[in-house]
Design a protein around this ligand. Sequence first.
Ligand code: SF4
Ligand code: SF4
Length: 261
Amino acid sequence: MEAISFNERTMVIDLQCCNSCGDCIIACPLSAIKGLAASREFVHTSLIYSEAYTPSEKELLIYKKRGMNAIQITDIPLNPQWDFVLSKTNRILKLLGEKPIKVVRNSNEEKLSRRDLFSKLQKEGKQLAKNMAPVSWQIEEDEWNLTRYFQDFQFYLVEIDKNKCTLCQACFSFCPQKLFSLAGSVLHIDHEKCVNCIACTDICSEEAIRIRPKIKEKSDSVESVYTNKCQDCGQLFYSFQEEKEKCHICVDRDPEWLSPY
Ligand code: SF4
Ligand code: SF4
């Protein structure tokens, strides 16, 4: 619907275009958007196919982790968009060591919204609810973070170009997931925490950081860093190069300007 756009530095939300689909809530890597959750229908552990929307891989992965294991169709097969997303999701699930999501035909089970399902389960008693509801469909706004569900895996690889990076630490501070830690002579990068929000690539003036999709068992990188003394301002600074003589501020500073220290 293109209800969200950017006008230079301002985000514009066109309320006339917004149809409350909830897709932005699911897509936002930082759960920064609040509002009504996307409306989806389930029967037990199946998501009911609807042409009204196309889920993302992220959405299907989260439903899968919460117990959904099939997409239920009637006589109409999945449209190409759903088919594409499902194939991609199943490829990811394979990498994650999980079973694929199947497509099943409607078995004339009653269609229930999430709310209906829960009230039905409540009525039918706790034990029955226990047996019938392996899935917890109530997903809060801040629960659309994949890293919460697949904690043994990473989805992205954070790459720092050591020849360009000045270790100014701007991205370390801006990273909402706090996946960088610099202590002593070591920089740790916890790749599994990355949600691809790209705050780091936006802030880096050196274009020294890149986020690549990479699904694998989680790992952290350890990089050696040096603590050098700036020959201009005398401050200690971190660098990937032992021979570096000036801190990142003095490197760019006009010699006519006063030292910031
Ligand atoms: S913002 Fe860029 S230059 Fe600064 S530490 Fe991060 S990657 Fe390195
Ligand atoms: S994209 Fe960058 S800022 Fe965002 S979580 Fe990953 S490393 Fe942190």
